[in-house]
Design a protein around this ligand. Sequence first.
Ligand code: CUO
Length: 677
Amino acid sequence: LFFDRPTEPCFMQKGDEKAVFEIPDHYYPEKYQSLSNSLSNRFGNDASRSIPIRNIALPNLDVPKQLPYNDQFSVFLPTHREMAGRLIDIFLGMRDIDDLTSILSYCQLHINPYMFNYCLSVALLHRDDTKGLNIPTLTETFPDKFMDPKVFRRAREATSVAKTGPRIPVTISQNLTASDREPEQRVAYFREDIAINLHHWHWHLVYPFDLTTGGIVDKDRRGELFYYMHQQIVARYNTERFCNDLPRVVMYKDFRAPIEEAYFPKLDSKVASRAWPPRFPGSIITDLDRPVEQIRIDVSEMERWRDNILQAIEENAVLMPGTTGYKMPLNPETGIDILGNIMESSILSVNRGYYGDYHNMGHVFISYVHDPDHRHLERPGVIGDSATAMRDPIFYRWHAHIDDIFQMYKNKLPPYPQDKIVYNNINVTSIKVEGPAGTNVFGTHWERSTVELGRGLDFTPRGSVLARFTHLQHEEFNYVIEVNNTSGNYAMGTVRIFMAPVFDDNGNRMTFDVQRKLMIELDKFTHGLKQGVNTIRRRSLDSSVTIPYERSFRNQLNRQGTAGNQSVAEFDFCGCGWPHHLLIPKGTTRGYPVTLFVMFSNWNDDRVAQDLVGSCNDAASYCGIRDRQYPDKRAMGYPFDRPAAPDVKNLQNFITENMAITDCTIRFTDEIRDRKQ
Ligand code: CUO
C-alpha cells in the first residue's frame, strides 16, 4: 500500500473491496490539515474497511525532511545518502509492524517520494518481520523513470474514457530518444530497456553502500560483486556494440576533456514536475558548488583520489587511516573485495578519507555537468539515479574506466596454477547448443510485451493501465554437454558457461587477454557425474544469471483486462537478476560469430557449505543470495578474471581437458513477435 500512488494519502483498493487508513489528524501536512476529513471522505466514503493507524510519538525526522518534497533524490549524493540512512534506521528501529505502519503513513505524506520509496524498499528487504513481503516493482510505482511521458497522457486518457472494462494498452515507441543520425542510438534497445534499468536499481537496493546501519551494507563479498556485476555490464554492452557495428566503448577518464556523447532522456519526473535535464555534446565537467545539496568539490579531488587508488594497485597495498602510515597488503583472495569497497566507495572502504568516493562522485559530477553551481536551479541528469543511469551512453564510458582500474589490479595477479584450473580425470568432450534456430545457433528477434502502469498514476481514476513496449528476445535453447568421468568415482563439479565475441572491432581474431575480459557469464550450476560418459542437458531458462520476464515485471499479464484489480499481483523481493530476455546479445542478421565456453571445475574448491532452502538463489551470479554467502568460493569471473601464462596466446591454448569450446552464431531476425501469454 505504501508503494501505491506515491503522492496520495493512503488508500487501498483490492478488487471491489476498498479500505482507507485512519491517519491521526496531526500526521497530515499543514496544506491538508483543514481537508483531512474531506480527504478521508474522498478516498474512503465508499470504503468497506478502515484501518486504524496507531498514534505514536513521532521520532525526529528533521534530517530526512531536509530534502524538499518535490526534489530529485540521488543515492550517489552524500547528503541524500545521509538523510536516507537516517530514515532507514528509523524504519528498521520500529518495534513492530503497527509502529512501522504508523511512521510510514506519516512519512508518505511528508518525505520526498523517491527517497521514501527507496528507504521503504531497503527497510522491508532487511527487517526480519517483513523480509518475505511482496512489494511492487519500480516501473509500477514510478513509471516516469522508465517511459516517455506521452505514455502517461495517453494512459490518463485511457483510464478516463474507459472507466470500466478491458483497457487498451498504450504503445511505447521503440526509437524514442534519438534518430538514426546518432550512431549510439543503435544500442538504445539495450541502454533503455526497462528491465535492465530495473535490474540495476534492484542491485543497488540489495547492495546499498552508505547507510548508518553498517550491518546492511556488510554483505559477503559485496565489494567484489560491485566490480563483477558492473564488469559484466560493460562486457555485455561491448558485445552489443560489436553486433551493431560500433567500436568498443571508450573509457571516460580524462575529466578535462569534453564528453562527446549527448543524451536527451525524454523522461519527465512526476514528483518534480520537470523534465530530466539533457547533456549537450562536448560537455565538460567542472568544479561543483551546489549549496542545496551541500556539495562542494573540485575536479582535482577526483584526480587525487584516482592517483591514490592507482598507487595502491601499484604497491599492492592500501594505506590505512591514522598517523602510522601503515599499508595493508592486498592478497589475491580478498584484495578485489577491498578495492571494490574503496572504489565504489562504500562505508566498508578501509580509508574513505584518503581514497575518497571515486565512482559515486563520478556519477555526481557527470549528472551536474549542465549546472555545476546550481545557477539555473537544475536537477541532476539520469546518471545520478540508479533507476535511470543505464540509459545514458556515458554510464558505460564511466564504468569502462572503473573496470579498467579493477583490471589493472587483476593483471598483477599471477596466472592460476594448473591445479586450480584442471580437474583430474574429468574430460569435457563437447558442448553444443540445440534450439529452434538450429544447432549452435542462437536465434534473436524483437518481442512486444505489456507492463502495468496503474499504481504510479496519482490522482487519476483507479484501474489497470497497460503499456506495450518492444524489447530484444531470444529463442530458448538447451546446452548439451558431454563429460567423461574416468576417476573411478562419482564426481561433483561446477559447470561454468561463458560466451565471448570472436573478432575485435577491427575484425581481427581476439587474443586470449582481450577475449577473456569480454567473456559474459551465461550460466553456472553444480552437477554430479557418474563414472564414464555423461550427457548434461541444461535449459537456457534455468540460467543462474537471469530472472524470468515475469519476475522483472511481476506477473502483469495475469491482470490484462481486469481493470481495477491492480493490487493483487505477487512480486517477491527476489527481483534482482539480469533480465532473461537480454541473456543473449542481439547478434546480426548475417549471424554474429561467438565462442561458447564450458568448464567443469572441482567442487572441492568451489563449494560453500550453506543451507539455501527458501532463499532466492536463481540469479546468484550477479546478485548473490539474500542473507547467504556468495555461493561460489572462486573469484567472480573465474577462470577469466586473471591473465594467463604468457604462452597462452588464444583461448584454444588456454583450454584444459575439463573445458570445451565451440563456435556458434547469433542470428537476429528483424521482426517483432508478440509475447505469448
Ligand atoms: Cu551501478 Cu555506477 O554503480 O551505477
